[in-house]
Design a protein around this ligand. Structure first.
Ligand SMILES: Cc1cc2nc3c(=O)[nH]c(=O)nc-3n(C[C@H](O)[C@H](O)[C@H](O)COP(=O)(O)OP(=O)(O)OC[C@H]3O[C@@H](n4cnc5c(N)ncnc54)[C@H](O)[C@@H]3O)c2cc1C
Length: 448
């Protein structure tokens, strides 16, 4: 016999999306009687795999504005001197070997010239460039690049330094929001939601924990189930247009001190081959499954120091997978990924080649899903029956956008004023041909 309970608001999922939504509803809007349910520990699924980077540098003005808002909210939450959680302003560095720098600048201005991410400034001299809190500085002077980034490959021709960017300790941020929400009475229960039915004016939620069934009646239900948002959406009678694409990272102890501790999050934009020993390349070519590894690889590999000055850890990532798959609770990556990403990163930071033949002893390899819509925009707003909402499809930007996403979700739930882009980030966009046509024009969705 299932035990019964009544709640005003039930949030399904204690990842960064669910915790931020609980924070906004309880702390900002003063809503009471909220329960977060999740069978696993808070922040332990996709949110634990995040690279924890943030930027307002997005090709689409809507995402740039949304990220910009989220960064402002995060900075407020972090507190003066990062008293609540650590948030760096280290920037992003997009690096290329391209020689047609005029064409490159033209492309940057065309794609990012919408103004929502700030101005683009070009520097072709060796003088120091002033610090900035927004926009991007394109560095073209090779000696100045060498002096500032001595660890990068000397063949680098241009570095685009994005200023409103850096990294955050997202576990601390999630914990901070959870603690503040709990202090306002928000509950957290280790339950898995299995079904949702309409029951007159309320939603009847079936959940279980260790074989024990529970029925919760709620006025409001919020789907913040991350990679399982599609499954939970079906419980609400809606087939959400989201897919899961597995992406991997490694973190390792940089015992040779190759990556300077003050280096920004650095992305190699150029495609190129991996530097395999000749005999390995021959072996790779012989097997049709591994042959692609002997060919040119896409750009996008990224490197950043992890944990501040006192640490020796470095994170590497490369979101090369494009194949959607049904999500599982414990996804595992290919054993070959650590060496592949290390070889990819060694093209950009040659000192990392020292680890390619002798992989670091202290290394962790992990991953999670980018839960994406086809156009890589989030889904936030009403879904299915009255009283049901979602905060989903946060792709590879859920850490940096969580605050703005939660603010928007809470505005939908409480009937507050909605920002202009609210309808574009809800299911309504699929009924607006004009909005959908814009995606075809952009050419890039900004994924890293
Ligand atoms: C490799 C990688 C690198 C990334 N790097 C960055 C980055 O640098 N910057 C950035 O901003 N973002 C990054 N992201 C994206 C970011 O991590 C995600 O967008 C974000 O963590 C998603 O949070 P979430 O709360 O939606 O999902 P999750 O963290 O997955 O949380 C969903 C929760 O819902 C629970 N749940 C699911 N089904 C049910 C159910 N039926 N009942 C109860 N609970 C349920 C799950 O147990 C889970 O705890 C990265 C992602 C990956 C995979």
């Amino acid at each position: 016999m299932a035990t019964r309970e009544q709640k005003s608001i039930v949030i399904c999922g204690a990842g960064i999306a669910g915790l931020a939504t609980a924070y906004w509803l309880a702390v900002v809007h003063g809503r009471r009687d909220i329960l977060i349910v999740d069978p696993v520990a808070p922040m332990s699924l996709t949110s634990a795999a995040s690279g924890e980077n943030y930027r307002n540098w997005w090709p689409q003005p809507e995402l740039a504005a949304f990220a910009d808002r989220s960064i402002a909210l995060m900075r407020d939450l972090a507190g003066d001197g990062n008293t609540h959680f650590r948030m760096s302003r280290g920037g992003y560095a997009y690096v290329t070997r391209r020689q047609d720098t005029d064409a490159m600048i033209g492309e940057i201005e065309r794609v990012y010239g919408h103004g929502k991410a700030g101005d683009v400034r070009v520097h072709d001299h060796g003088k120091p460039i002033p610090d900035a809190d927004n926009g991007a500085d394109i560095l073209l002077h090779r000696e100045a690049i060498r002096a500032r980034f001595p660890h990068l490959n000397p063949d680098v021709r241009a570095v685009t330094l994005v200023r409103r960017a850096g990294d955050i300790d997202s576990q601390q941020m999630g914990q901070f929001m959870l603690n503040a929400a709990k202090a306002r009475g928000v509950g957290l229960a280790p339950l898995e939601i299995e079904g949702i039915a309409e029951n007159g004016r309320r939603l009847e939620i079936t959940a279980s924990s260790a074989g024990e069934a529970k029925l919760i009646e709620a006025d409001i239900f919020i789907n913040a189930a991350g990679p399982f948002a599609k499954r939970v959406g079906r419980m609400l009678g809606v087939d959400l247009p989201i897919d899961c694409v597995f992406q991997q990272k490694i973190a390792f102890e940089d015992v040779h001190g190759v990556v300077p501790r003050n280096a920004p999050f650095t992305i190699d934009q150029d495609a190129g081959p991996l530097d395999w020993p000749d005999e390995v390349r021959e072996l790779l070519r012989e097997d049709p499954e591994t042959a692609p590894l002997a060919q040119e690889q896409p750009g996008g590999v990224h490197v950043r120091p992890e944990g501040g000055e006192a640490s020796r850890w470095v994170k590497l990532g490369w979101a090369t997978n494009k194949t959607a798959e049904p999500p599982v609770r414990h996804p595992t990556g290919a054993d070959t990924f650590p060496e592949i990403v290390m070889r990819g990163a060694a093209r950009l930071v040659p000192g990392l080649a020292a680890y390619c033949e002798d992989m670091p002893r202290n290394l962790s390899h992990y991953g999670g899903y980018y839960t994406r819509t086809p156009e890589n925009w989030p889904l936030i707003g009403p879904v299915g029956p009255p009283g049901a909402f979602m905060i989903a499809g946060l792709s590879g930007y859920g850490t940096m956008m969580a605050c703005a996403a939660a603010e928007l979700c809470a505005a939908w739930v409480t009937g507050s004023d909605l920002p202009a882009l609210a309808h574009r980030f809800s299911l309504e966009r699929y009924t607006d041909e004009r909005v959908m046509a814009e995606f075809a024009d952009t050419g890039t969705d900004g994924e890293l």
